[in-house]
Design a protein around this ligand. Structure first.
Ligand SMILES: [Zn+2]
Length: 171
């Protein structure tokens, strides 16, 4: 076994063909060995039919790029997280949504609370101290500022992964 092979990762699909996540090749092997997953071939490209050979003292094991669970995945229930500083920072990648700064970060209510703005996912963004002060008690429009993104609630990590995966595979 070379370390490079064991550093590889495999995309695991749910029983219903939803790409779930990337897992370590060792974990993929154990799922295949115990029969909880099977190789899955995507159509066409050579890249998708590729895999790795993993040699153990008495066997050569073929591990494909993509495997599919043969059992229903026991995913934990996921709820949209409550609006908190930690979760907003995570959603906005620790970046001011007005200027891109990553320093002195605060929470900005897009429609200021004094004007009835709510503490909800679509009304809060990370803003650096400077942008927040400049904006003051105004809406971004009134302050002549532009948001880099339209804030919304975080999405399920699995759905996010699936979207990313199919985006990368639809060229
Ligand atoms: Zn800023």
């Amino acid at each position: 076994m070379t370390t490079s092979v064991l550093d590889q990762s495999v995309v695991v699909f749910s029983k219903n063909y939803l790409p779930l996540s990337r897992i370590n090749i060792k974990r993929a092997i154990s799922l295949l060995v115990i029969g909880k997953a099977e190789p899955m071939l995507l159509e066409d490209t050579a890249e998708d039919t590729a895999g790795w050979q993993v040699r153990s003292p008495n066997a050569i094991f073929y591990v494909p790029n993509h495997i599919r669970l043969t059992v229903a995945s026991t995913e934990r229930l996921w709820k949209i997280p409550a609006v908190s500083r930690r979760e907003i920072l995570r959603r906005d990648h620790h970046t001011c949504q007005y200027c891109g700064s990553t320093k002195r970060l605060t929470i900005d209510h897009i429609l200021p609370r004094s004007k009835g703005g709510k503490h909800t996912w679509d009304n809060v963004v990370i803003a650096c101290e400077r942008c927040n002060q400049h904006k003051g008690d105004r809406t971004p429009h009134e302050a002549g500022m532009t948001l880099r993104t339209k804030p919304k609630a975080p999405i399920h990590p699995t759905i996010a992964f699936a979207e990313q995966f199919w985006q990368a595979h639809t060229d």
